[in-house]
Design a protein around this ligand. Sequence first.
Ligand code: NAG
Ligand code: NAG
Ligand code: NAG
Ligand code: NAG
Ligand code: NAG
Ligand code: NAG
Ligand code: NAG
Ligand code: NAG
Length: 857
Amino acid sequence: MNPNLIPLIIYLHLLSSFLTLSPPSYAAPLALNCGSKDGGNDADNRKWESDSKYLVAGGKSVSSTALTQDPSLSSDVPYMTTRIFTGETSYKFDVNSTSRYILRLHFYPSDYPNFNVSNSYSVVTTNSITLLKNFSAFITAEALSQAYLIKEFSLAAFNSDSITVTFKPADKSFAFVNGIELITEPELFDDQAGLVGVAENSGTIDGVSSNMQNMFRLNVGGQYIPPTNDSGGLMRSWYDDTPYIFGAGTISHIANVTIDYQELPEATAPAEVYRTARSQGPDPNINKQSNVTWLFPVDANFTYLVRFHFCEYQIDKINQRVFEIYLNNETAFATADIIAWTGGKGIPTRKDYAIYVGDKSGDEELWVTLHTNIDLKPEFYDILLNGLEVFKISDSKSNLAGKNPVLSEMMQKQLIANREAYDPNAIQIKHVVGGAMGGAATIGVAMVLLFVIRRRKRVSGSDSGVTSWLPVYGNLTSKSTMSGKSQCGSNLSSDAVCNCRYFSLVEIKSATNNFEEGNVIGVGGFGKVYKGIIDGNMKVAIKRSNPSSEQGVNEFVTEIEMLSKLRHRHLVSLIGFCEEGNEMVLVYDYMGKGTLREHLYKGNKITLSWKQRLDILVGAAKGLHYLHTGAKYTIIHRDVKTTNILCDDNWVAKVSDFGLSKTGPNLNQNHVSTVVKGSFGYLDPEYFRRQQLTEKSDVYSFGVVLFEVLCARPALNPNLPKEQVSLADFALQSARRGTLEEMVDPHLKGMIKPDSFKKFTDCSLRCLADHGMERPSMGDVLWTLEFVLKQETKGEEMRNEKSGSSGGGTVEVPIQSSDMIAMHMNTLNLDDDDDEYDYDSDDDGNAFSQIVDPKGR
Ligand SMILES: *[C@@H]1O[C@H](CO)[C@@H](O)[C@H](O)[C@H]1NC(C)=O
Ligand SMILES: *[C@@H]1O[C@H](CO)[C@@H](O)[C@H](O)[C@H]1NC(C)=O
Ligand SMILES: *[C@@H]1O[C@H](CO)[C@@H](O)[C@H](O)[C@H]1NC(C)=O
Ligand SMILES: *[C@@H]1O[C@H](CO)[C@@H](O)[C@H](O)[C@H]1NC(C)=O
Ligand SMILES: *[C@@H]1O[C@H](CO)[C@@H](O)[C@H](O)[C@H]1NC(C)=O
Ligand SMILES: *[C@@H]1O[C@H](CO)[C@@H](O)[C@H](O)[C@H]1NC(C)=O
Ligand SMILES: *[C@@H]1O[C@H](CO)[C@@H](O)[C@H](O)[C@H]1NC(C)=O
Ligand SMILES: *[C@@H]1O[C@H](CO)[C@@H](O)[C@H](O)[C@H]1NC(C)=O
């Protein structure tokens, strides 16, 4: 033997023993920016690496870069680059054979050079499990009206040292992926989750050995939690639950408590999830008669594991709050008592129940229902939920793939219409239908949307008569909640149902009697607003654009974008729209009581009591608070004023006119940011100075509204002495001089309790602070208003009792009976010519006017 080789042999020997002895190096946690050379950092400053070193040799793939960047993309990385597979190709990751893993796939079905993404169908498998089959990211994204998609899987330990993820294009097609994440998941599942709907104790699901897909993950009663704020480094997103709530009558809470995890792994859910919750309202009688339901669209013929996250912080004794849990109307647990499970406040727990969702047609829904347990007579008839996750479990063939969603005829028609209307090159489609709120954040709305397409089909039996495709939630009247009637919207003519649909011009013309002048109820820069009747008897407000208004087009689009995404009891709902030829028309719920302003001083025929005014303000504040916090991105209204706060027939206040709204993160890239928009008298001075828009600009405007309501005078009144022209300035001056009381509407004199007055005006003045930083948040304002209202209601109740009024009927605003008649008359007189002189404080030429605005400009 050549002695020179000896050192080499020793070296090789050492090397091999070293290799076997040293702990294997695992890939996870891993974030791959597929198709990029060097990786990059995303918007949260998280590092993504290139995917090339994990590709298994022999595959067929190329890297590519998207041609267009959708404004709703949360970050360039990992979406703008992609790996395109023209033949079967695998990635291989070294893993710990005894660990669970989270595998997350990101898809951005955009335009890539030489590849038409609408032709991409793929199969994605990992080891022996089928994750996606005949999967079209394009169709899925389109149906969800999102720019990008994230599919998340939780994979049981494979007993193998590697995970292979294989992409296989369909015949003559290609597959692609933009990002891959692989993260070690601590054991978070039980081996025995009760299976609901089978004979008692006979079925359990072994979560430990199951492969799953996460379908929904909600921070119930709270807001979106981004991956970087997740616990355990699992990089999960937790979404707002409001899009899934079926029916009304719930309230959300934020608790100021330290979460004590005790035995529970912190990775189960971040403390933020446990600190927020949803429960029912304060009235036990209503609670006893109503269910709180979350409704999810799911793929049929799979078993689902539903995980409930609970944490009590209001009570601390057993049998104070006990409720039943149902899955698809089957009892999962009848006596849920969080304190009995956890032993105290601030201690979280989670409970898993599984249910099989059948394969009969129409079984594509999962109902999660909580109802207070009446039999056990708990101290409080109420429910509580902090977080909710839904996982799909792989079937007996190790398959997790569902079908591609089906676009309804309605939506197809609309996509085509939008394509033609707004951009000959069809690039803007996603702006119109998807757009503003940001891909993943809209997943909820979109899923519900898709769901409703299916539901409606079933309800109506055919596509023809029923063209609505937007979610049904959040806008239901209290009445329907109380009677516990089905709220699924089969009764389409009811205004309790919000649906967004595409109208033909013929329908619109017939609704308004060919735009008859007699039906005009308002005029603005955008055009005229007509009263109309659709579906035989449903009153609507129809806003018709002035074809010459170019600005109108943008605002038309903004309004559709915003309103078709946002559904809230205190936001005006868009029923649908029409654009045909030169006509652009928006159709809204009819707001029977008109604008807040006309009940303050613009020819008001009745005087709203202090409590009624507070009620309306609380509603408007809720609407704005929802805009600011309810979505992933803050939405800034930009034009808060008393003519944009409308009241429906039941005096429920709704914020309207989203033509100028802007969403948070895109603010700086926004093409009109240099133009200060809004209405004089309400404009935030800081925004005016620095042209920097924040949600605190809305708070400022709302401060002006608060004073307008208190003083019953316009925000600007040039007929008054100079120092009084601007209400905001006058209020600040009066406060300094201590003469605020002199400004108060004479009708309210003596009706406001001194401490309420102080709380109200303190808050209003803080809203008017010169610097946004010093102003309260909309949430704080809401809290104060509710507090003041409660104080005033205490007095009112006593008065009502004395006068023997039962107050049983109306839920919203118990209105004094003398006012009732006056209000009724007012409704009848709504389209009277209302020609009194009044300085038009919103006459700033902005294109979008209110929905109901007495004419006479
Ligand atoms: C592999 O995972 C198991 C279970 O999660 C863990 O106990 C073990 O320490 C891991 N092994 C290594 C080398 O990290
Ligand atoms: C992509 O393919 C679809 C369906 O095959 C077709 O309708 C569309 O025009 C194609 N787009 C481009 C840009 O070629
Ligand atoms: C995420 O965490 C950071 C730091 O703890 C915090 O400042 C931020 O408000 C959190 N974001 C959300 C949306 O919770
Ligand atoms: C939370 O509670 C602590 C102690 O009770 C208090 O100091 C703090 O101000 C509270 N925070 C909020 C936001 O209410
Ligand atoms: C549950 O019951 C409601 C009526 O209470 C019904 O509308 C709904 O379809 C049921 N859901 C399922 C999945 O059976
Ligand atoms: C609540 O839901 C349960 C289960 O779906 C159902 O049996 C019950 O009738 C519902 N109650 C009301 C008031 O809707
Ligand atoms: C339901 O899933 C099973 C596999 O678990 C499959 O054999 C069966 O064909 C499916 N039924 C339908 C209607 O798709
Ligand atoms: C694949 O998906 C497309 C779109 O949903 C559908 O038209 C087609 O029939 C599917 N193909 C198979 C083999 O399932």
